[in-house]
Design a protein around this ligand. Sequence first.
Ligand SMILES: Cc1cc2nc3c(=O)[nH]c(=O)nc-3n(C[C@H](O)[C@H](O)[C@H](O)COP(=O)(O)OP(=O)(O)OC[C@H]3O[C@@H](n4cnc5c(N)ncnc54)[C@H](O)[C@@H]3O)c2cc1C
Length: 497
Amino acid sequence: MTNEKPKKILVVGGGTAGWMAANLIASRWNDVDICVLESTEIGIIGVGEGSTPHLKFFFDAINVTESEWMPACNATYKNGISFVNWSSVPGFESYFHPFAAQTDEFTVPTFFSNVRARIQGHNINAHPDNYFLETYLTSQNLGPIPAESFPFQILYGYHFDATLVGQFLAEKAVSRGVKRAFGTLTEVIQHSDGVLTGVRLDDDSVLEADFFIDCSGFKSLLIQGALRISFNSFKENLFNNAAVVMPSEISELIPPQTKSTALSSGWAWKIPLTNRFGNGYVYSNDYITPDQAETELRQHLGLIDSDVCARHLRMKVGRAEKHWEKNCLAVGLSQGFIEPLEATALALSYETITNFIKYYEDGHYSSKFEEIFNTEINGKFDGVRDYIVCHYKANQRKDTTYWRDNAVNTHVSDNLNKILYLWRTSQDFAKDMHMHNLQGSYQAKSWACLLAGYGVLPPLYLSAIKSYYKPQQDMDQLADFIRRCGLNFRQHKELLN
Ligand SMILES: Cc1cc2nc3c(=O)[nH]c(=O)nc-3n(C[C@H](O)[C@H](O)[C@H](O)COP(=O)(O)OP(=O)(O)OC[C@H]3O[C@@H](n4cnc5c(N)ncnc54)[C@H](O)[C@@H]3O)c2cc1C
């Protein structure tokens, strides 16, 4: 590879990933000629409506304010995700996974100390819903934007219309000089050494470039197609391979959270936008047929007699072995996909693009850091996979073969096995997670929320003999602190007006 910044970049694919890449690259390298190729014949996947805080980092990086993009995309705020019916342990039928907030510094030590005591058998309330500001905000339907004087930082995500976000980002990129081409790619043109030089379209025209971003979705036309990078499937770790989606009417109160409800053979998301709920059932078609899944989703939503249309999708779960190869970077579904339980896909796309830009610049536009970059991105994918697999390993349902098979699935990474071992045995889970460098893509707090939230805890038989245990902090005091912080926040719906 040359040691020059590319003069011409072709982004193949105009879904969310393609337009994110075009905007980020254009705002960093404003002297590069960037073109995005889209196929109106093929279209975009049109799902992916929940985010992590990375989407805020993205909009900040391209200098777009919430007041500009949120109304244009029917977007709402997201404090986190509630997991409902993943456990049948009494008292643990649901829990909330909040995004990080600076106030956690005051409440997390008590959470860990009480979790530790509960694991040792003391009769202490270690349910995660008692310890986090964003959980409280959600219970009161408050949004995550505090008064200006509030001294702590709160991270939050969004819900949005995937198609409108694509359109918004396309317009933004074009206004900043990015070109747009329409056509269907029929052939990838390469040098004899494999380096990409151009793509041929269905009208026989050729688009040339010296660097290519593969955002062609599950087809992965460049990285897995032309460059033959192998695909590492996660199907043995994660059973779900299909989804059925449909909208429903939005409620009067717009909740600042995604709801994930376990159903017979997977789980259903409920994502609030300003004008509708987006719903979907992610399931494994080894356990139910698409028709059965659609019926179950309709029943769950109370839409059994409704004529609202459902859309059925297949999912290819796993990742490419490399994300950067020769003069090609893969971003989005073309590089890999992990089922959307924690809405991590756009976060992985954002990290892929920003890390690539950093390494490419640091290596003076050579492939010097290609291997380090690929290893890091693989680590991020595998870290997210482990956390998602943990939801299924830790599920406490016994009612269907799907949930029982997930609980006994032995295709679990060494890291996750170590985490589960530490959870049962460690005297200090957070410290040991740190010491053994096991957190992966999630903080120890998130792992503890998941495991305590599903009630993966020993019986309380020791509480009688070890009743001398005192919680580190009085629970009433903690609740009062969280409540007082909550006074600084406004109702979610008010924030959207
Ligand atoms: C069921 C489901 C739920 C999801 N939920 C979430 C979520 O909550 N949060 C989240 O972050 N992510 C989620 N995702 C992932 C999210 O949808 C994607 O990461 C995101 O939409 C980006 O997709 P993409 O741009 O990579 O691919 P696509 O949207 O599929 O875009 C591919 C582009 O390539 C073009 N193309 C393809 N073939 C050709 C060709 N031959 N010639 C020219 N152009 C071509 C298409 O026209 C299109 O423009 C979900 C995914 C699924 C399947």
